[in-house]
Design a protein around this ligand. Structure first.
Ligand code: PLP
Length: 372
């Protein structure tokens, strides 16, 4: 046993020293940005990580100034959407260190998405080292203000230039980063949701469980219609029967029914959220029963009417926890916890954001240090 452990340790050390060429900017743009109020995904840090795939392998990674690049109008991902992305965050702690929330999990999910889209996988070493070196170089871009963070967007797209439908032989991978504000400037405001009997987000066997751009393009029209009716988001039901609850907008969903936390199971049509995983782990650690099981919209309404539905909330990297105050289904609607955030959602929000910005103890080793 000790022998294997030593070998594994050595391997980790040798493979993690990858060489990344960096061409730093001559002058940083960070002074032009209000890091206390950066918006969400509107401004981008000085540098980006770029890796090209050609001749059957990923080439040397480089860090270069953030900027535009030229493409051919025939570039196949523009036409057929062979592309994948991720979204994660880095935080500045009180002691000045910078930490990333669960990057290995995001890397694993990135590769699972790539497999589904016939895109060559990215090595853990390049993903992790690239991320750390990029953030180290752009460390002044990580906001200090509590609740703000550096949003990290790794993505990959097919770059062959042709109009036949087939997997590309070349790809471009980037990581860009963007300082972002807290999703809720003045406390957490519950969202209102409406189901759709016309549209579905994804089908079993499709690509609903992976982060590929087409899913989000397809959600724009239903989301627009929900907004026109005065709702924040669509509450997605399953494609076959329009009975089982799947997700909310681009978040996973949880129901606190009496003392049990219920969330739909990952069955191929639902995104395997890292925040979802974190909430399940925390709740179980607190001694709460968590059921990953199918739940119908009718059951939610019945539980609400019988007084058993205590809280409903969405989970995702951007908002962390997003309480649901109202759900409309067909001609009926329910109001949850007086349209206010409940104590359980608040405790989850405080605990997760506390772990992220260092106010709380990182008991599960969720944080990876980018800058000491
Ligand atoms: C990204 C995403 C989520 C949330 O995943 P996190 O890893 O928690 O950010 C949930 N649903 C969809 C459709 C998503 O794209």
């Amino acid at each position: 046993m000790p022998k294997t452990a030593t070998t594994a340790h050595n391997e980790k050390e040798t493979t993690s020293t990858i060489n990344i060429d960096a061409k730093p900017v001559e002058k940083s743009r960070v002074d032009e940005v209000d890091l206390d109020n950066p918006g969400f995904g509107e401004v981008f840090s000085d540098h980006m990580l770029s890796v090209q795939y050609k001749d059957g392998s990923w080439q040397q990674p480089e860090i270069k100034p953030y900027g535009t690049f030229e493409i051919s109008p025939a570039m196949c991902s523009l036409h057929y959407g062979q592309a994948v992305f991720e979204g994660l965050k880095a935080f500045k702690n009180q002691d000045g260190s910078i930490k990333i929330f669960r990057p290995e999990q995001h890397h694993k999910r990135f590769n699972r998405s790539c497999q589904r889209l016939c895109i060559p996988e990215m090595s853990k070493e390049v993903f992790m080292e690239g991320l750390k070196q990029l953030i180290e170089l752009d460390q002044q871009w990580v906001p200090q203000k509590q609740g703000n963070a550096l949003y990290i967007r790794p993505f990959v797209f097919a770059t062959d230039n042709y109009l036949s439908v087939k997997a590309s032989s070349s790809y471009q991978f980037f990581i860009i980063t963007s300082p972002v504000g807290a999703y809720y400037e003045e406390g957490i405001d519950p969202v209102s949701l409406i189901t759709s009997d016309k549209y579905a987000r994804s089908v079993p066997g499709g690509v609903g469980h992976v982060k590929t751009p087409g899913n989000y393009a397809a959600s724009l029209l239903p989301a627009k219609k929900a907004k026109q009716k005065g709702f924040t988001q669509v509450l997605w039901l399953d494609a076959n029967e329009r009975r089982y609850i799947e997700e909310v907008g681009t978040m996973n969903i949880f129901f606190l029914i009496d003392d049990v936390l219920v969330t739909p199971p990952l069955k191929g049509a639902i995104l395997d959220g890292i925040t979802r995983r974190s909430v399940i782990q925390l709740a179980r650690d607190w001694g709460i029963t968590v059921n990953e099981r199918p739940i119908t919209i009718d059951e939610v309404f019945e539980k609400a009417e019988a007084g058993h539905l205590r809280e409903v909330f969405g989970t995702g990297t951007a908002a962390v926890i997003s309480p649901v105050g109202k759900i409309q289904h067909k001609w009926q609607s329910i109001t949850i916890n007086d349209h206010k955030i409940g104590p359980f959602a608040q405790k989850l929000y405080d605990t997760i954001t506390g772990i992220q910005d260092g106010r709380g103890k990182d008991r599960f080793n969720w944080m990876t240090t980018a800058v000491e």
